[in-house]
Design a protein around this ligand. Structure first.
Ligand code: HEC
Ligand code: HEC
Length: 438
């Protein structure tokens, strides 16, 4: 502890040097306060920085007090009043495990986001958000919270291409033997999964990994369970050329489709996949103001997910995947070290090395991308190998602190969830199921 404290103290001494000759514009200062509020809404209330110390709410209060001092300088009375309301709510109930995060977000933090945006507008300060957050969005949970163009290939959203991509998605001419389309495995009525542990490989046996949903896959900086490609465009070619998945030969595909470049195929499919972000779940409806959209058990589940159970420290709000706040400019990988089967008692180790296979540093042994839990209730079986068949079993795995593998990045301390808290977690994930519309 003493050593750690000395490191902190010495880093702190460097801060004035780092700011030598630094000036910030008013717009940049307001921008930073808005990012800090996003950090509070996504990280502090989930205890991200110190899950064991459970100090997240106190950190949130301190951060809001700092924001208050900024808005005092600007004489922004309404913003200050909003900040004070938020602080009071956080101070009312300081027990980390019982804090009502849903009410905090819906009735305090989101209204404050609006106040801060309005203030910046009245000052006519152009917030030039170079990052992923869309400065014009109403709040962090709005469907347009992110600027798609910040993601790899994200400016490719042309509507003609989307139409072409949707039709290509169902076209078996994309596979070597004219017998598989993307929709063979990513079935729209199964929320773009196939309901199987692992699909069949063309050369016999099973594919090494479970078919992930394509919903919200556009909100990632790397694709596949191990993140081996960066953009959806690259991903399309990887699947088509994979001898076990589609085994396609570009020349014959182009000949069949009467197209002259694979670029058209990849851009069209990627543009279509970028439209798969409905944000139409009960949870979304709730945060947009309809308080009847979620049952009390689902609401309780959100509070557990973002608090006691620590799920929100990896499955970050609002997409509940590895897209990391507050800049949302990278996708995280974690080592859960889940066993080979869902049997948590008689267990054997999984041999899939995940990200390590193409990124040979020890830290990545068994690391996988944190997938979204949106629509998890309808996209089982679970995990990269599809070995877990129910959300209850996934929750049980987490409750034990995983398998206590030496390299897991999942906290190994058991969560000590009650039976009702486990039920609530599952109920919350059910509130993340989008309205079927495909
Ligand atoms: C045979 C089944 C199958 C077919 C056909 C298939 N996929 Fe996949 N898809 C998978 C599997 C399995 C993975 C995960 C592989 C991995 O991570 O190693 C995947 C991963 C993806 C991902 C990455 C998602 C993420 O969150 O990482 C995207 C995007 C995708 N597929 C799109 C497509 C498109 C577009 C097509 C058609 C050109 C297609 N897939 C055809 C099985 C299939
Ligand atoms: C340390 C980071 C971390 C924490 C904490 C965490 N998860 Fe995960 N979660 C992941 C990763 C990484 C995966 C994928 C791992 C794999 O496939 O091996 C995953 C997978 C899942 C899946 C399967 C999704 C799918 O499509 O297959 C569900 C459901 C899930 N987590 C729910 C939860 C819940 C509920 C909690 C809290 C009790 C939680 N997670 C806590 C990182 C985390």
């Amino acid at each position: 502890m003493v050593e750690e404290a000395q490191v902190i103290a010495s880093s702190a001494r460097d801060i004035p040097g780092l700011f030598y000759h630094f000036t910030a514009t008013d717009a940049q200062i307001l921008e930073s306060t808005r990012l800090e509020l996003v950090r509070i809404m996504s990280l502090y209330i989930s205890g991200y920085d110190a899950p064991m110390a459970k100090s997240g709410l106190r950190e949130a209060i301190a951060a809001l007090q700092a924001l208050d001092s900024v808005y005092t300088m600007f004489d922004a009375d309404s913003a200050e009043a909003g900040i004070t309301r938020n602080i009071h709510y956080l101070q009312q109930d300081t027990s980390f495990d019982h804090f009502n995060r849903l009410t905090f977000l819906a009735d305090y933090a989101i209204p404050l986001q609006r106040q801060l945006r309005t203030f910046a507008a009245t000052q006519q300060l152009e917030l030039n958000t170079a990052v992923t957050l869309n400065p014009a969005a109403d709040n962090l949970f709005s469907a347009d919270a992110f600027s798609m163009k910040a993601f790899p290939g994200g400016s490719n959203t042309d509507t003609m291409l989307v139409k072409q991509g949707r039709s290509l998605f169902f076209n078996k001419a994309l596979s070597g033997h004219n017998d598989r389309s993307c929709a063979t495995c990513h079935q729209p009525d199964r929320y773009f999964t196939d309901g199987l542990e692992r699909n069949t490989a063309l050369n016999g046996g099973k594919l090494p990994r479970n078919t992930p949903t394509l919903l919200y896959s556009c909100f990632q900086y790397s694709q596949f369970w191990d993140g081996r490609v960066k953009s959806l465009e690259e991903q399309v070619l990887a699947v088509m050329h994979n001898p076990d998945e589609m085994n396609a030969c570009d020349d014959s595909v182009l000949h069949r489709l009467r197209l002259d470049s694979m670029g058209t195929v990849t851009r069209a499919l990627a543009a279509y996949i970028r439209t798969l972000r409905p944000f139409s779940a009960a949870f979304d409806t709730y945060l947009q103001g309809d308080k009847k959209a979620m049952t009390p058990l689902q609401q309780h589940g959100f509070n557990i997910f973002m608090g006691k159970a620590q799920c929100g420290t990896c499955h970050f709000a609002p997409v509940f995947n590895g897209l990391t706040p507050p800049l949302y400019n990278r996708t995280e990988f974690e080592v859960l070290a889940a066993p080979l089967t869902e049997n948590l008692v008689k267990r054997s180790a999984d041999t899939d090395l995940g990200r390590y296979d193409f990124f040979r540093i020890d830290f990545y042994k068994g690391a996988f991308k944190t997938p979204t839990v949106r629509n998890a209730a309808v996209t089982g079986p679970y995990l990269h190998h599809g070995a877990f068949h129910s959300l209850e079993q996934v929750v049980e795995f987490y409750d034990r602190g995983g398998m206590h593998a030496s390299n897991q990045t999942l906290a190994a301390t058991p969560l000590q969830l009650s039976a009702n808290e486990k039920k609530a977690l599952v109920a919350f994930m059910q509130a993340l199921t989008d309205k079927p519309s495909y």
